[in-house]
Design a protein around this ligand. Structure first.
Ligand SMILES: [Zn+2]
Ligand SMILES: [Zn+2]
Length: 255
């Protein structure tokens, strides 16, 4: 799958869940997988060896077993992919930069999109980038979590996609700053954003907004926000403005 294909499939920012993937599309993710080729070669060798040792009945039996094993790999992957997508949806994983839904991957060197196959079973079926040959590893940061909407990248996709993402909105007064303890997302597409990925239990994203500017919030931001932080320096009129958007969200007053 080329980058241009992925660009054409760029998701709208407010899509709530990863799209379902057909078995045919899941099978296409194995394109360029040398491991699956190796399994196929091993199967053919096994059939030939069985034929030599035990004659035609043994060879036919080995061939049927090999074909079944090869056919099962994409099926196992399709099931794994459905679970991966469901987990990203349940975790509320979103891009720290544009707050779009996020579940994709890319190669750290050439930036080409990589299928989630690169994460399944430690990446045994896609250990290297088919485009530039780089060994793909979440831990070694050669495989990145990637947002197809704004092209934002994050290291350690295995850990990132495994944890729930908590999105909070901070309404404060200028000058706007990201609070200490959070890293600022450079050039965030959605404004001033703080980010913390160091907690092994969750990812924290904080959208810092000017509480005196009467901003408008998109539905996808409202739907993903779990905490509203209101500066004590805001007057009630401005606080009510935020409460009118985040009606079902926990609220806390901060300095
Ligand atoms: Zn993004
Ligand atoms: Zn590459």
């Amino acid at each position: 799958m080329s980058k241009s294909d992925m660009t054409q499939r760029t998701i709208p920012i407010n899509l709530l869940t990863p799209p379902p993937v057909s078995l045919g599309e899941a099978s296409s993710h194995f394109r360029g997988s040398r491991s699956l080729v190796s399994v196929g070669v091993a199967a053919v060798t096994s059939v030939a060896a069985s034929g030599i040792a035990g004659g035609w009945p043994a060879a036919v039996s080995a061939a049927v077993g090999s074909v079944a094993a090869l056919a099962a790999v994409p099926l196992v992957y399709a099931s794994w992919l459905a679970l991966f997508s469901a987990r990203c949806t349940a975790n509320g994983t979103c891009c720290p930069s544009c707050l779009s839904r996020m579940w994709q991957l890319c190669c750290a060197r050439c930036g080409e999109p990589m299928p989630p196959l690169a994460l399944m079973f430690g990446g045994v079926f896609l250990p290297g980038c088919p485009h530039c040959g780089l060994g793909l590893s979440s831990r070694e940061e050669t495989l990145m979590a990637w947002c197809s909407t704004c092209n934002f990248r994050l290291p350690r996709p295995r850990e990132f996609y495994r944890r729930p993402t908590h999105l909070a909105v901070l309404a404060t007064v200028p000058p706007l700053r990201v609070p200490g303890g959070l890293g600022e997302v450079a050039g965030a597409a959605h404004g001033l954003v703080g980010f913390d990925c160091s907690d092994p239990r969750a990812v924290f994203v904080l959208l810092v907004t000017d509480g005196t500017a009467m901003p408008v919030f998109d539905n996808h931001v409202i739907a993903r926000t779990s905490l509203l932080l209101l500066s004590s320096r805001l007057d009630e009129q401005h606080k009510d403005r935020f409460r009118s958007f985040f009606t079902r969200v926990a609220e806390r007053e901060v300095e």
